[in-house]
Design a protein around this ligand. Sequence first.
Ligand SMILES: Nc1ncnc2c1ncn2[C@@H]1O[C@H](COP(=O)(O)OP(=O)(O)OP(=O)(O)O)[C@@H](O)[C@H]1O
Ligand SMILES: [Mg+2]
Length: 225
Amino acid sequence: MPLEKGKKYKDIYHKDIYHKNIYHKDTYHKDTYHKDTYHKDTYHKDTYHRKNFKYIKKYDNGKHADFVLLLKHKDNGKLVIKKKYKKKHSEIYHNEIDILKKLKGCSFVPKILKDNPETLTFYMTYCGEPIPNLIDYKKTIEEYNKTLKDKFQIYHNDIKPGNVCKFGKRIYFIDFGWASDRKLKAGYGKGKAGYGKSELNNKIFESKEDDKTFEEDKEKETIEN
Ligand SMILES: Nc1ncnc2c1ncn2[C@@H]1O[C@H](COP(=O)(O)OP(=O)(O)OP(=O)(O)O)[C@@H](O)[C@H]1O
Ligand SMILES: [Mg+2]
């Protein structure tokens, strides 16, 4: 919280119950302020964020993203998503950026508004909220997969709940970290699906523990492209 003009830190610290409660009791704030790069990067370093956007909410994210935020543009009121990757998943960050840039002309994917490879952060258009039941939109999903393949030579490779959104009446694919020019079975382990030795694949499957959880997730949730 920026210090108001004319106020001393003492005033805030000792008299303001808001601050006392927030700072000492609220673990969300403590975690956010001290441990989470969300606060540090967003609040202190990212002037683009501070200048242009209001914070709306933080999404639950998977293990590759550091955080995913919903923001609102201060001038035009448009909703924007800010996604930051963890350092160890920089390769997936670069893959998602490359793929979304290749998909610039595609109407059902997020558009990149700004990307910063140094902080592994990017801003993109908001595509609504995830649809709970993919089966209800099976036809659209199949049609989108076909368009990605035929028009852009891209496979999403990670179609599951959480990665298909609805905004108004329109359906969108999001989360292109696993997308590729080849059909992969994300999470099925190196070599298992016989899809070669790209650096991306090797990195993704570095941790055995990660593989297991992810593999289980996929077996439950993945819809074949
Ligand atoms: N462009 C977007 N529009 C609307 N919601 C989004 C958008 N991008 C992300 N989200 C929201 O944030 C959630 C998490 O984002 P995303 O799926 O990209 O990351 P993730 O699941 O953490 O990815 P990873 O598999 O790399 O861990 C999504 O399920 C969705 O609710
Ligand atoms: Mg996801």
